[in-house]
Design a protein. Structure first.
Length: 597
């Protein structure tokens, strides 16, 4: 495998430190664990310092092996016999709160893949069946997982036969609600908090439902094959609904409609301007549309066929996003300008609409493509298309399905989750989980919660972020695996400064603030800050939950008296060395003299 250096950092490399009190720094995000008072006159503030995240803040990568083996298979349904063929993308997440991720999927019996089917949840560490129900949902519909109402329990949503969306409780599969008139047998819901109020909405095509099943709005434009999702397309910062050739505003009004084919959407930044573009596939074409609704280009699907769901990733390690898409006869990677980077022969005559996922399995900085056609599970080298694995045994009559990438058994090593059926070809049916024989594949998330998945659209515990990070500014991928912290060789790097304000003096007491910047590539979690007296004794402390790459956070005010301050106080971060960093030498600030004399 190749090493191309770090992937794009999770935030722009250039960031400004943020301070409060007597600091007048500027940055978008602040953490203030103790509620900082704006007690200082701006005239007393020092100049802002620019801090760049260090692109070389890396540990030497630990290169894993590449020995794929089947870890377990689920191929019979003990609760609803015969409902064990799967022709749709499953979802992964801990739905029953036992600490182990689960695999949830729709299945069919007797070849009836467009008819009502079963919804089943199995444990990710063994494949043991947790529950299986037949709630009036389509057997080829996708699954979406999320805590809709913020109560700490997970809902399982899918496409219904009589109602557009059916949502179940994740613990037992009991019905919670069903709503909506526009049904789709291939539909896959998406979950997002459109307005940032802490309550999630469920999206299916051009319909949006509140967390309780009440209809929020229903539109009349594009549906995106009922495979739509949410993204902040206009930087407002509420989320919009991306549905094929149409983007709907938060309230359901049309933000724009391109007039192009109403295909399967994904988003990414393909021109490096920090704004999202929409790529759609279907009807034998691949189309890129700007966030203004103007079509940039449209090219034929290489090798023919309709074209499955687009996957966005930096396939070749050049720092720019490409598009992976499969048709009837080839899997191809398309550059951001519409040209073809490479293509490889595959076999999907059944539907020509299967999809793929992307992940760096060995942690060497080189991406691999995971794709399953009618009879083979393929892993291609992301840069060249060279075949790294062609695993027999898989079978599928194919629809809108693709393999998932997740740490499904919580062992720290990634697995591939593959759905199969022997409806049209002889081979596996059900779910197959494939891992490395040495458990050395790089870590990934314990979730892949929906068909239109990106790394930042859901939290690891399946809570729905009120204001999700914009994936095109961080990972710049879609339907690709990874962790919220970035590649495993990224490290954080903490720099701490102490400051005080003489106009907080009163009664021989003064306020101290600690500004902590992360100049590394990876977030720093649970950052402990300590205030030290001249003799090194700890006078006070605080903890910041997380500091992202290129961002800063402020702890304080720490109110100290003259007898404590003595000849000078310092602040220190991570005294127990719990956070591995690039450089530990600037974890303690310079001594700060008493400000009130």
């Amino acid at each position: 495998m190749r090493y191309h250096g770090p992937m794009r950092p999770p935030l722009p490399l250039l960031a400004l430190l943020l301070g409060v009190g007597c600091n007048d720094y500027e940055l978008a995000q602040t953490v203030q664990p103790q509620g900082v008072d704006d007690a200082c006159d701006d005239d007393d503030a020092p100049d802002a310092d620019d801090v760049e995240a260090d692109a070389e803040c890396l540990r030497e990568p630990t290169i894993g092996s590449f020995v794929p083996v089947v870890e377990w298979q689920w191929n019979s349904n003990p609760i609803l016999p015969d409902y064990d063929d799967i022709m749709t993308t499953p979802a992964v997440g801990d739905v029953n709160a036992d600490g182990i991720p689960d695999v949830v999927f729709a299945s069919f019996a007797g070849g009836a893949y467009t008819s009502p089917g079963a919804i089943t949840a199995v444990s990710g560490n063994s494949g043991a069946t947790l529950w299986s129900v037949a709630p009036g949902t389509y057997s080829s519909a996708g699954i979406a997982l999320g805590d809709l109402d913020g109560d700490g329990t997970v809902e399982v949503c899918t496409a219904g036969t009589q109602y557009a969306v059916v949502c179940l409780d994740g613990a037992a599969g009991n019905l919670k609600w069903a709503a909506g008139a526009e049904v789709s047998y291939i539909g896959s819901p998406a979950i997002a908090d459109l307005d940032g109020d802490g309550l999630a909405e469920v999206i299916l095509g051009r319909q949006v439902f509140n967390y309780d099943g009440s209809v929020r709005w229903s539109a009349t434009g594009g549906v995106g094959y009922s495979l739509s999702f949410a993204a902040d397309m206009d930087q407002d910062p509420a989320l919009e609904v991306v549905a094929g050739n149409t983007v709907y505003d938060t309230d359901g009004t049309v933000l724009w409609s391109s007039g192009g084919f109403d295909g399967i959407p994904a988003v990414g930044d393909f021109d490096g301007d920090g704004m999202p573009e929409v790529v759609t596939t279907g009807n034998g074409t691949i189309t890129l549309t700007g966030n203004d609704g103007v079509i940039r280009w449209s090219v034929p699907m290489p090798g023919g066929g309709g074209g499955g769901p687009p996957t966005v990733a930096d396939f070749d390690g050049d720092g720019a996003a490409e598009i992976g898409v499969a048709g009837a006869y080839v899997y191809a990677v398309i550059e951001g300008d519409g040209s073809t980077l490479w293509s490889m022969p595959v076999q999907d005559w059944s539907s020509s609409v299967t999809g793929s996922s992307v992940f760096d399995f060995e942690g060497d900085g080189a991406a691999e493509v995971v794709y399953a056609d009618e009879i083979t599970l393929w892993i291609f080298d992301g840069a060249t298309g060279t075949v790294e694995l062609a695993m027999d045994g898989h079978a599928s009559g194919t629809l809108y399905e693709y393999p998932l990438i997740a740490d499904v058994d919580a062992d720290g090593s990634t697995e591939i989750i593959l759905a199969s059926n022997n409806y049209a070809f002889e081979g596996w049916n059900g779910i197959t989980v494939i891992g490395d024989a040495n458990s050395s594949w790089a870590p990934s998330r314990p979730v892949w919660n929906q068909f239109a998945y990106s790394i930042t659209n859901i939290d690891d515990d399946l809570s729905v972020p009120a204001v999700p990070q914009k994936n095109w500014l961080t990972w710049n991928n879609f339907r690709a695996g990874g962790t919220l912290a970035g590649p495993p060789n990224w490290l954080p790097d903490l720099v701490v400064e102490a400051s005080s304000c003489d106009d907080t003096c009163g009664g021989m007491r003064a306020n101290l603030y600690a500004t902590v910047a992360n100049e590394g590539l990876s977030p720093a979690e649970r950052v402990r800050i300590e205030v030290l007296g001249p003799g090194g004794d700890v006078l006070d402390s605080a903890t910041i939950d997380s500091i992202a790459s290129g961002e800063s956070a402020v702890a304080g005010p720490f109110e100290l008296g003259r007898p404590e301050w003595k000849s000078g106080v310092r602040v220190r971060v991570d005294s127990a060395d719990l956070i591995e960093e690039c450089d530990e030498e600037h974890n303690t600030s310079a001594a700060l003299p008493w400000p009130c004399e």
